[in-house]
Design a protein around this ligand. Structure first.
Ligand code: GDP
Ligand code: MG
Length: 201
């Protein structure tokens, strides 16, 4: 089995993240945790790529629809539909418009618990309810309510793989194997080496 420190996750700075000049701020959050950047590119995604990306997981539609409906209910508001698939269908359509509207930056970050750690500092899907101190909570203020009123996707600056299996499906969609680079950085010794040798002269 691969060592847990080799876990990888896909992060995309969405078009609003680039327009808000938050590229450096976002990358800094992952870099300073000790995660290692192993792939990076800028591109304007096609609608086909975005559709493939969001429909890689056959359960995503159900989950995203249910999550959106639950968010309305928890705030005492009425969801646009009670059918999760109908809600998700509209989300996919809006995501295509949003994600193809300008350049994005796709990245692969590597390290122990990369998927979980990146999600933790990225914050929840809806910036309105994302935690204080998270990127989505600190830098943007969109909500299900505002996005759905204007029939658009929630602008939340970032995509980050939600689970390890999701990351394993998403990374090959955005990067060819040769575009991902295996290398070492010195601080990995402090993060992971078993005996911390070589500090004292
Ligand atoms: P994430 O993993 O936190 O990005 O969230 P999901 O995978 O559930 O959803 C993907 C993206 O679709 C989100 O980042 C939002 O941009 C958008 N989105 C998700 N749910 C909704 C929704 O209920 N309404 C709207 N308007 N956009 C949504
Ligand atoms: Mg997701």
């Amino acid at each position: 089995m691969a060592h847990p420190k080799t876990e990888r996750t896909l992060v995309i700075v969405k078009p609003d993240g680039i327009q808000r000049a938050l590229i450096g701020e976002i990358m800094k959050r992952y870099e300073r945790m000790g995660l290692k950047l192993v792939a990076l590119k800028m591109l304007v995604p096609t609608e086909e790529l975005i559709e493939k990306h969001y429909l890689l997981d056959p359960n995503w539609k159900k989950t995203v629809g249910e999550k959106a409906i639950a968010s309305y209910v928890s705030k005492g508001e009425t969801p646009p539909s009670s059918d999760p698939f109908e809600v998700a269908e509209a989300v996919v359509k809006n995501l295509k418009t949003y994600m193809t509207s300008g350049p994005v930056i796709a990245m692969v970050w590597e390290g122990a618990h990369a998927v979980e750690s990146v999600r933790k500092v990225t914050g929840g899907t809806e910036p309105r309810s994302a935690g204080i101190g998270t990127i989505r909570g600190d830098f943007v203020l969109d909500s299900y309510q505002v996005a759905d009123t204007d029939r658009r996707a929630i602008r939340n600056l970032i995509h980050a793989s939600g689970t390890v299996p999701e990351a394993l499906m998403e990374i090959p969609l955005w990067f060819a194997p040769g575009e991902i680079i295996s290398y070492r950085v010195p601080h990995e010794a402090t993060l992971y080496d078993v005996d911390m040798k070589g500090i004292l002269g």
